[in-house]
Design a protein around this ligand. Structure first.
Ligand SMILES: *Cc1c(COP(=O)(O)O)cnc(C)c1O
Length: 381
């Protein structure tokens, strides 16, 4: 599946995107969502490569942005402003103004003070900003603690016991209009049960709103659907049908209510691979190291969250040996995997780090004065 003859001419490391798989994944997600009339906003933070964004926007998805820069990137890639949602616990004034000027669909608001600032900035422009309250539903996503977001000790969202206070505040603000509720409980959820619990929490919160005589038109359940990092080959496309069915079964829609989702990883994760070359095979006293030309500046997830990526030597069919696979960066955490079975490695072999489409290229840095990785696409190589 990897065009090795073409890779030989390219400088490594680079990201290689399977554009066919991306297209199929987007279509699968759309078909599954359309069964229930659900709306999808791609979470731009997972991967903002312009070519990737344009493939996704051409399919008619909306965009979920968490910064002014992401709003600009989404608009440049052709996402219509009225399908852009803007979340984030720390929106700066200039970022809010970008959203107001573009006329985005909705601001997902995370605090009373933010609500006041959006109200002020919208008033100054003689506009009404549509807002959704990001509620912290206190659902434990049972995922890695760095990527869980829906618990009370997390910085995100408005806590349940503060909802009434926020609703009272809203009554005094004339340049914001409450249109929805927003939730996002975490990322890389492979056990779907927390989503069921989220639904019942959302039902309860709606009841609380009704006590204030408020019915919101839009419910946004965020992202978080996980992908299979262990066996990407057998599981290239996540189970979108099973995912949306949970919400269909456990969140009864009111008349003229719309449901929204913000998947990131599940859309782009499996379509990207980081390709690098073996620089050296170093024989330690008790172990062998495969030293790659890719490091955590290119793919930070293993160093950052202890995340697993399947590693393959795609140049070799020689018998398997055991390696610690490391990068060139001057930090001990620059390790992609310990005790990894790879076909015997030689200098110059191509090593693939699979399932790297989400939170890979977009998190690359220039630490050690390194260059950012290039990107290539299956259909244009
Ligand atoms: C990160 C994020 C997402 C996307 O999460 P995935 O796990 O990549 O699907 C969606 N919504 C919000 C608010 C986020 O912060």
């Amino acid at each position: 599946m990897f065009p090795l003859d073409k890779f030989k001419e390219l400088k490594t490391p680079f990201y290689f995107y399977d554009t066919d798989l991306l297209q199929k994944t987007v279509e699968t997600a759309l078909n599954a969502a359309n069964r229930y009339g659900y709306n999808i906003h791609y979470a731009v933070k997972a991967n903002a490569n312009p070519r990737i964004l344009s493939i996704i926007s051409k399919n008619g998805l909306g965009a979920d942005c968490v910064s002014g820069g992401e709003i600009k990137a989404a608009l440049n890639a052709g996402f219509p402003a009225d399908k852009i949602v803007f979340a984030g616990v720390g929106k700066a004034d200039w970022e809010i103004n970008i959203g107001l000027d573009a006329g985005i669909f909705c601001f997902n608001v995370e605090s009373v003070q933010e609500l006041e600032v959006i109200n002020e900035l919208a008033y100054a422009k003689n506009k009404i900003a549509s807002v959704a309250l990001r509620i912290n539903p206190e659902v434990d996503a049972c995922t890695h603690h760095h990527i869980t977001t829906g618990k009370q000790e997390n910085k995100f969202g408005i806590n349940l016991d503060q909802i009434s206070h926020v609703l009272d505040k809203l009554k005094q603000l004339s340049s914001v209009k409450l249109i929805g509720l927003h939730f996002h409980i975490g990322s890389q959820l492979t056990d779907l049960d927390p989503f069921r619990i989220l639904c019942s929490q959302a039902v309860n919160i709606q009841k609380q709103l009704e006590e204030h005589k408020i019915t919101v038109e839009h419910i946004n359940f965020g992202g978080g659907l996980g992908i299979n990092y262990e066996n990407p080959e057998q599981n290239p496309i996540p189970d979108f049908n099973g995912y949306f069915e949970i919400f269909h079964r456990h969140f009864p829609l009111k008349v003229s209510q719309q449901i929204h989702f913000e998947p990131g990883r599940s859309i782009i994760g499996q379509s990207g691979t980081l390709i690098s070359r073996v620089l050296y095979v170093k024989e330690g006293t008790s172990k062998k190291f495969a030293v790659l030309d890719a490091g955590f500046t290119d793919l930070i997830r293993p160093a950052f969250y202890g995340a697993y990526h399947k590693i393959e030597n795609i140049s070799s069919e020689e018998p398997v040996e055991i390696y610690d696979v490391v990068g060139p960066i001057c930090e001990s955490s620059d390790c992609f995997g310990k005790q990894i079975a790879l076909n015997k490695c030689r200098r110059g072999d191509f090593i693939a780090l699979r399932s790297a489409g989400a939170y890979g290229e977009i998190m690359a840095s220039q630490y050690n004065c390194r260059q950012l990785p290039d990107s290539y696409f299956y259909d244009s190589l």
